[in-house]
Design a protein around this ligand. Structure first.
Ligand SMILES: Cc1cc2nc3c(=O)[nH]c(=O)nc-3n(C[C@H](O)[C@H](O)[C@H](O)COP(=O)(O)OP(=O)(O)OC[C@H]3O[C@@H](n4cnc5c(N)ncnc54)[C@H](O)[C@@H]3O)c2cc1C
Length: 414
């Protein structure tokens, strides 16, 4: 391996958005950081649509100019098309605050993740691609390092804190048996990229569009990508899209698309450029976000659901909160569980607001239009949630009204 050092302040496992965010911020705090990313080269990844609130993390990472300089389409709104093919008005992020932070980008993930990794390296992080964390090492309950593998070569590295940012591999949460699955969101997704999809022009050209299928059992995303490409995926329950469906992801995708004429017409003549991909059981959370000498960030801590494109934002936000908690703990003396856990309540509060909004989307008795007709003052809060401002605004009133409305709707439906 190219470095001979065997001790760091921080070892970060995984070079996705969570890992590079935590690593960069800790390097900015003056810490010695090693980041180990298993893949030797940038890889295709799902998760291309950002939330505008990511802007403030980009600013802190010092990466805004680099993101601006990419060819990533600008995303200014989200639009929902219902099961009858009726489209909502777009939720424009700039409706209440017309500034650059009220838009975001639809990123090509291989390029985006690489850009964040290069930025981490520029801030002094030792970034190692093609190096996998094989095993975390503990001394009693305290994490003390890891075994790293590069090809056939295995080396032992010690660190004062290890940050697990390994995404859905969730290395540490699996090892410590901390994962709790979202039983209401036992979903599967089939997805791929198309060239030549019909996208809108002008201000709506970079919008995410969410389409519900005619039987209301699944939904599709359409996310513009650079070079006239589009990411398209369908999400539904394992019960509906896996069981008794024959096991061929392409076939299930095509059958569901046939139930979604408004999307099918946008894909007419478009060329699918890769085999259909599949992922399932992606919604879970760890019971605990940190312990003695260890912290979980991003999907390695948890993931709610892709409907509002909150994954990358929450991954980066959790990493930002965790990095500050780690720095404070090291300044105070020792990275104890009690000190490292301090970011967890804020993370859970912000995630909970999004989770309630996710439940509302999947609730067959819930209608956003009815909710907003009854509570017009919450239109702004709803847009704030879609922006990702779940950590900044007081969302509790909104969430309470949402939960009450869902309760009332389900009683009415009985
Ligand atoms: C169907 C679907 C659609 C989605 N759509 C969106 C969307 O539109 N917008 C959005 O914001 N989010 C979306 N997401 C979520 C988003 O993809 C994730 O939340 C986000 O990538 C999490 O970032 P992360 O850094 O935690 O993990 P990742 O991006 O997964 O990065 C983890 C990294 O760890 C590395 N790694 C794994 N194991 C090891 C190991 N042993 N050693 C070293 N490295 C390792 C991996 O190679 C990877 O690079 C979607 C998710 C799904 C399932």
């Amino acid at each position: 391996m190219s470095s001979n050092r065997d001790h760091y302040d921080i070892l970060v496992a995984g070079g996705g958005p969570a890992g590079s965010t935590a690593a960069t911020l800790l390097a900015q705090h003056g810490r010695g950081v090693l980041l180990a990313e298993r893949s030797a080269t940038p890889q295709f990844k799902v998760g291309e649509s950002l939330m505008p609130a990511t802007y403030w993390i980009f600013e802190r990472l010092g990466v805004l100019d680099k993101v601006r300089a990419t060819s990533f389409p600008q995303k200014r709104s989200v639009q929902f098309v219902n099961h009858e093919g009726r489209a909502s008005k777009p939720f424009y992020f700039h409706a209440f605050r017309d500034e650059e932070s009220s838009q975001t980008w639809q990123v090509r993930r291989s390029e985006f993740d690489q850009l964040l990794l290069e930025n981490a390296a520029e801030h002094g992080v030792e970034v190692r691609r093609g190096v996998a964390v094989r095993e975390f090492l503990f001394d009693g309950p305290r994490a003390v390092g890891a075994l790293l593998q590069e090809g056939a070569d295995i080396r032992r590295v010690s660190a004062r804190v290890i940050v697990d940012a390994s995404g859905q591999s969730a290395l540490l949460a699996r090892h410590l048996k901390l994962r709790e699955f979202e039983t209401k969101l036992r979903n599967v997704s089939y997805y791929c990229h198309f060239d030549g999809a019909r996208l809108d022009d002008g201000i709506d050209g970079g919008a995410t569009i969410i389409f519900r299928t005619a039987d209301r059992k699944a939904w599709f995303w359409l996310i513009p990508q650079p070079e006239e490409r589009a990411s398209v995926g369908v999400v539904g329950s394992v019960e509906d899209l896996v069981e008794d469906r024959g096991g061929d992801p392409q076939k299930v995708f095509d059958q569901e698309l046939a139930q979604c004429p408004r999307l099918a017409e946008r894909l007419l003549g478009a060329r699918q450029i890769m085999p259909m991909k599949a992922i399932r059981d992606f919604s879970y959370h760890a019971r605990q976000a940190a312990g003695d000498g260890w912290v979980l960030v991003g999907d390695a801590f948890g993931f709610i659901d892709p409907i509002y494109s909150s994954g990358v934002f929450l991954a980066m936000k959790s990493a930002e909160l965790a990095a500050d908690a780690i720095h404070d703990a090291l300044v105070a003396g020792a990275p104890s569980a009690e000190r490292l856990c301090r970011f967890e309540p804020e993370l859970r509060r912000g995630s909970e607001a999004l989770r309630q909004l996710v439940y509302a989307y999947y609730d067959p008795d819930f209608s956003v239009a009815e909710f907003l007709a009854r509570h017009p003052r919450f239109r702004r809060d709803l847009t704030e949630m879609l922006i990702g401002n779940v950590f900044r605004v007081d969302v509790e009133d909104f969430v309470a009204a949402l939960v009450d409305h869902r309760r009332a709707s389900s009683k009415a439906a009985c």
